[in-house]
Write a new protein. Sequence first.
Lengths: 316, 395, 459
Amino acid sequence: MANTMTVETTAGTRVFKTSKYNRREALAGYLFISPWIVGFLIFTLGAMIYSLVISFTYYQLATNTARPAGLANYEALFDDPKVMMSLGNTLFYAVLAVPLEIIFALFLAMLLNNVRRGAGVFRTLYYLPKMTPAVATASVFFLLLNGNQGAINKGLAAIGIQGPQWLLDPNWVKPSIVLMTLWGVSGTMVIFLAALKTVPRDLYEVAQIDGAGPVRRFFSITLPMISGAMFFNVIVLTIAALQTFDQAYLLFYRDTGTGAPDASLFYAIYLFQQAFRQFNFGFAAAMAWLLFLIIMIISLVQVKLGNRFVYYESER
Amino acid sequence: MSVDTSALAPTISSAGKERPAIVKPRRSIGSILGQVIHWIVLVFFAALFLYPFAWLLAASFKPRGQVFDNLLIPKTFQPENFVQVWNELPLLAWVGNSILIAVLAAGFVTVSSSLVAWGFAYFRFPGRGILFGLVLATMMLPGAVTLVPQYLIWNNIGLVGTNIPLWGMNLFGSAFYIFLQRQFFLGLPREIFEAARVDGVSYWGMFWRMAFPLSIPSFIIVFLFEFQASWNNLQAALIYLNAGSAEGYTVPLGIASAMTKYSPTNGGHGDYQYVMVAALLVTLPMLILFAFGQRYFIEGWRPRVARAERASRVASAAGGSHWERFQRDPPACVPSAAHSAGMNSLHFRECSSTPCRGGVSEVRSPCGMVPTSGSRSECSMARTPRARSSERTFR
Amino acid sequence: MKRTKQMLLAATAGAALFALTACGGGGGGGGGTAADFSKDYSGSLNVWGFENADEVGTSRVDVADKTVGGNDVKVKLEAAAFDAQKFTTRAASGNVPDVVQMDRQFVATYAAQGLVMPVDKCFALYDVEPREYWYPQVIDDVAYGGDIYAVPQFYQPPAILLNTRVMDEVGVTIDDMNTSDQAAFLDAVKKMTVMDGANPSRMGFDPQGVSKAGLWMLSFGGQTIDKDGKPALDNENNVKAIEFLKEIYDAQGGYANAKSFVDSFDVFGDNNSYVADQVGGAVFDQWYPNVLTSYADQVQLGATPVMTQDGKPFTVASGSSFVIPTAAKNPSAACAWLISLTSPEAWQAAGEARAETTANDPGRHGINTGLFTGSPESDQAIRDAYVKPSDYPGFDQVIDTYYTVAANGQSFGSSPAGQQIQTELQNAVTSALLGEKAPADALKDAQDAAMRAYNQVAG
């Protein structure tokens, strides 16, 4: 800690004394960041403004015309029961998926962290699902999850459990997708693994001498020490869960010739359908803003909670 | 599965240094039993993760009627599936498109993000804090919000149906990578650049001849992550490439269309084994990439933890007044992958004066590298008195 | 706390920026007017969506190419399947082919948007009387607002394809498989069904409840599209149809179990559901018996129509069609090519090609199931010339049933929201069969959603 302070002061005296900006340097700085500025103005800020504008219109792609719609698209968000249904599905999925992903990923990371021999091999094997394209995962799980012939239910039957109709029973549609997500949880796992490696061993040593059991050590040392990574994972996984698209699309909405259970209609799917199947761009834009609002609120709550629970070394 | 893990395993375990056991293991029955259970669980989950791969591999060699027998060694071995799929689907075109798009996307985003990151890391200019806060804020922006307008923008310039929208936006950098690269640049000692400046090196030269070569490991990480993200991107392909011909599809879109083509519900033949062949063939490039770059994929997350903590905090601050504190915060460690990135003749400058936040186990890890065999100015700059005091050479 | 404030501040600043820089969207463009067709044409012709070209397709294309070839027109075929998004974006950019093949249910959607042109004048130019040359219900599919917007082809009537081996085994006769007597029909289905725990290992009857939902509803006297092109999904007869479908599935382990059983069928393979006795009967379009000819020695088939509630044979029209986009560069050549492609001569050539395949391929066991062209005249000509009694009386009865039922077809009607109505219908039926919603509620919700879509397109 003291060491860091001296660095700050030495660096401070050297760097920050020249408080006036050097014009040449500032210009060069702007030039270096100009690609991002251009991209931001066009594809982020410009796009957001554009999105806001078309959310107040009926946009016709075929003719490239927009006629004013007033608030109609926003009113439709509440008139169309599918918006709330898909939102409910998505939130339900997020509430189910995120904790399970966190627990499973942390479990796996601790499993790997405690292995001495062959750690590399296991880490590699555990990471492989993350490298598999979602289409490949979905096409395999589509068959593994078949209610009658699939390997998963055959395996369950072997131990005397009658497996559900994973991809058809409305109650099991979302758990099926959670299952697929859990299979590919290794991205989250390696973040935990990296965090676990930073926990000083001597803390455990001291705790053990003090007579703390493994459960106590987990909650008093491990969890607080990796809370930063935990916080990051929770936020990233939540945002991802709220935008879940690939698996549900591939399993239920890829083939327009078949019906899909209401339980599989995720918000991102419905938004995609409205935008790129029915070309209701105005309505889709309004849907996007609702999602934006929801994600912002959830993230804000998480950040507030995070600030209370997350332990930062530097704040001590 | 087909990845030769044994060859790479030592590199990985040496990267994450084994710590000496603190409590001397007493070989009690209980601890041996614990070890055995631990191993059983480890192997169990490894099997669980590998099973779908094995199933996929087996099913791709089966005749249609045996796909659902769930045997991992096919009763009837039917390699003709591969010929059939090869003839029916433009797989080569899909893989070619995906590689082209992924290389362009990853290449552009690496270069553009590092340019921008360098701008934020080195230069002082008015509004820098706010702008960088804005960069971080865009990380929180759900992609859905800009999905429709971005489509309309590309549509208005007539590029829907081409693959340009799949990599075009990467010319402008990406918040995530700008952040990562900037962290890396902040890890480079500022003095060497100021010294170079005194020696008359231009700003561009500092970036192109010094910062860029010094940061190759972090570029590799950014490149690989973006390559993977691009390779797997289904939604953008659905939106932008569906309007083109099948030869222009990327791998995810192609496989999705193959799933439909062979689906029994849509007039297809229910030839799941062909879908499995296609899925296998598109997964293989990723596994090969992983075999070569796995330390970047796995170890690449190492510095991200430190970043992760800050990212969430900075995002919460978003305004940018934390900028100074942010800057004074010790930078994240150079990814440990840097050691083995194949740069043999490098001076590793051990900067004990700027400890990294890599964790206790890596107190003495290097924070910056200075090439010896670079251009003149770089060499001279590396030998400025300030830098030399703590310079050591590793060979 | 401070951080939150700063974040809010940033958000407010962002919002202010929007307000300052907000600008109007939209732009010019718009549909064109219908061109006059002429017999005096030249240049090139781009055709999109002509997929799965078997001998029937190629022989017809040869005839049509030859016709326009007389005027030095080069025809370029793009085989990729039709895709709604693809078509709309291409139409928006003005980069459209001259001919597009699409399912008939899409036509009214594009007609309402002015993206495809009426072809009445094309028919008139070549003296084709559409409602005489095609089945009237086929023309109804592609008519919108009094004009005809596409040149139709094919007519795939669905009927019930029976596995008489299974029926004989349990003593079910063809008369028991009469859908107008629901109680008797259900009894027959139950007799043929074999359960393995909760899952069927043989389905007595697969009604294809979702993909053929429209067929069932119309056979119950319901409708999906009303005469003005508006969705009519909440029709009370539709509810009855779904309730009947649900009873059928519930007798066989429920929709979920039955569906995943059906998903595992080897539909086109050596171990298909009729060879493996996995079904007692199922609704199939006319093309499926053609697939089964390869397995003539291993299957025992029969067929019976789906019946209306008052006991008359019934089917619905389905098939594809060709449209000429409003922005097409060569509509006259397109018209000539399409008239030729669907002419009796072209179908004659196709019939000949199919007969040749039948004769040369011993795998087909000499069974020619005929072609269902959409034109009664061509159908009959091909049947007379090439469809002869085979060594398999079961197949002959099947072929005869499909020919008979074809005359009793009805159109779904056409709607600018046709595609959406179809999607909503399938989702509603899926939900109802899975028990997520009561049939009436599911249809009510689907009707609301389809109505919203209709208002978007038509409003």
